[in-house]
Design a protein. Structure first.
Length: 212
């Protein structure tokens, strides 16, 4: 497993500046950090994913995470960035999957009739669900993960995705945690420790964190 560079529009590939939706452009200018993880050679998802091989997985963006005892402080601040990703994938007809615990997806991100919503029994979107089958049936090789929380659902879903051979993209502005330190620690794991754990050789693979 190695981190590979991604430029200009971040999680979803290269586009002429005039065609970048405003929320995504704001994401890149103000934050500009994302992580791209590429599976090791020999994985069961071959070759690097192209523009048409990408899917968006939205994690736990449900009403109970915005209101009530399970609410995540700071969750509201990522909604517009998640909306930008959602718009990008929808406009290009790429797969969008929602994976939640309990609760309904917030109105701002309401799933369309052709978008699958999985109820997951644990933090990872892959555990106890058919998410992997749904992705492979549509030829997906790279997944962009957005939502809540960075150190639980995002981190564990990323691990399970990489273990299954997918390339994984985590746009920093599109994820958060109730504890900023937990968020930072999870991002640190994505940047540094996981590539070594999934590497096919003992040597440390390339690690890249990009900023405009």
């Amino acid at each position: 497993m190695r981190l590979v560079p991604e430029r200009c529009v971040g999680a979803s590939g290269l586009l002429p500046p005039g065609r970048v939706p405003l929320p995504r452009l704001t994401t890149l200018i103000r934050h500009g950090t994302l992580l791209v993880m590429e599976p090791s050679r020999g994985s069961n998802v071959s070759d690097r994913a192209g523009e048409s091989d990408r899917a968006l997985v939205v994690l736990d963006m449900t009403l109970d995470r915005f209101h009530g005892p399970a609410a995540v402080a700071g969750a509201a601040s990522i909604v517009r960035f998640v909306q930008g990703e959602l718009r990008y994938f929808r406009e290009r007809g790429r797969p969008v999957i929602f994976a939640n615990g309990e609760g309904l997806v917030i109105q701002e991100l309401t799933p369309r009739s052709d978008e699958v919503v999985f109820k997951k029994p644990g933090p990872s979107a892959f555990y106890g669900t058919s998410v992997d089958t749904a992705l492979r049936s549509q030829g997906v090789r790279r997944v962009t993960l957005v939502g809540l929380e960075t150190h639980t659902s995002v981190l564990l879903t990323a691990a399970d995705a990489m273990a299954r051979g997918y390339e994984v993209v985590v746009p920093d502005p599109c994820v958060c945690a109730h504890d900023p330190e937990a968020h930072a620690a999870a991002i640190g794991l994505l940047r540094r420790f996981w590539p070594a754990a999934f590497a096919p050789t003992p040597s440390l693979p390339e690690r890249t964190a990009l900023s405009l």
